[in-house]
Design a protein. Sequence first.
Length: 585
Amino acid sequence: MKIQKKSLMTTLALGAMLTAPVFAQDIQTGLKDLESERFAKAEQTFTQLASSSPSADNQFYLGYYYLRTNQLDKAKAAFEKGAAADPKNQLNSVGLGAVALAQGDRATAKTKIDQAVSATKSKNMDVLFRAGEAYTLNEKNNDPAAAIALLDAAAKLDKKNTNADIKMALGDAYFIKNDGGMAVSRYEDALSVSPNLAEANYKIGRLYLRGKNYVKAQEFFNKAIEADPEFALTYRSLADALAGSRAYKGAASNMEKYVQKSGTTDPDYLTTVAKYYFLANDYLKATAYLDQLKGKVNDPVLDRMYGWAYTALGKNDQAVESLKKFIATAPQKVIYDDYKYLGRAYGQLGTPEGDSLSIINLEKAAPEDTTENLYREIAKKYNDGKRYDRAYDYYVKTIAQGKPLNNDYLLMGLAAYNMGFRIGRDVAKEDTAAARQLRKQWFLRADSSYAKLAEITPNYSPAYYYRGTSNYYAYPSAEALSNRAFVPYLEKFAELAPQDIAADASKAQQFNRLLVQSYRLLAGDAVARKDDAKAKELASKILAIDPNDKQAKEFMEGPKPAQAAPAAPAAKPAPKTPAKKGSAK
């Protein structure tokens, strides 16, 4: 019997020796999955361990999993089972204190944690470590000072100074305390013990990310990935760092890697992937991720993202539908961009109603949008619709909003210039004093626009052409030829235009057309001043450009000599006056 008992004991001892390392390995795997936010895998590991061997330690790690994933009722139940399984094992008492702290019950938390530390006479490194860590686990309810005191005590018991977990927890405590320097030092201490510890580089990168030093953050995140490509959490933070640098394509791909490597189905993270793909202008992938959220998320913001993406993809009917739904269901969340994209979608419908609604919505967005200057977009719509007066008004607003482009002055001038020609043609058709004054106002507005353009770009020759013609057409011909305001500007254009043609031959036809008109008006001025030599010189220049120009040819040929009048036919004798009857012969 004794032999059989000894044999049985030996067998059990060998079994325990073989099983314990397996459990320890499983616990480390589960913890690694938990830190990397592979929550489903971590839960499976800890649940199986607690089911197959409901020891105090296994119940603690199951409770720890639930605590870290904010399932506090389940965490409490697991810790209570662990405490019942082995009242002397104080880890579960620490766990119960951590649950109380997460629930905001600081007094109970302190009592539970202090009791655990006291019961082990402050000599159990694991208890001190978990007690200190407990004060760092909750974002809102924490106590970094208490954490540091307990973790320093744990570190003193680490005689060989090889426990990286304690150093990492100290780094977390200093992170919460906003002491970045000490936090980095503790993470570096952990790396000195475990050089391939991806989490340490990740957390140093996280500090730089918090400080918006995106380049430095990316450097450490890349080191973490190099050390452990499966540490999923790094990809999420790297995505945020890249987004901070406006590298949205990289942000999207790294956020997608986080989703894939963590196995998460959390709608918030899927939405973030969609958001980054949208910002990277990859609208197909953005909508693909949004499609995954249908029926899972009751968030009207998804309608916004669909609307923006559909607008970019040219699915304008769907864009209008999505954005109208969003604005109706979540008016408190509406931002100017929503009206911007809705306005653009309406504008692409190709209907008069769509054009009208496009402008209405863009006008709502324009005062707030300082990046794209939507007044410019509205002005273009009016210009394309030949509403030159409205186009001019919106180019004025475009310039007033700040950072105007040279082209804004050009197009503002053209809108006023074109409006000037409409006076007397389809606006104010009768030639009245009021109509002539209105015409003058529009052409002088054009002149002011081109004056500003010439001031900004002195060698831009079309500015002088339009200043000249604006000053000519602003007045009746006789008055324009009398005040000669147009002359110096057209002469300046004539001086600069040949240089433009020499610089870019493809523009020769365009500039030659303007030159012909300039020479023609200047020739009219010469004729009015009775400077025939100058007038002929200018006519010759026109013919050099266009040998078939009828007016210039006729002018150069001069007036045709008057033809002699044809000889009058011989006068016929006047008929004799018939004699009156009864007269004398």
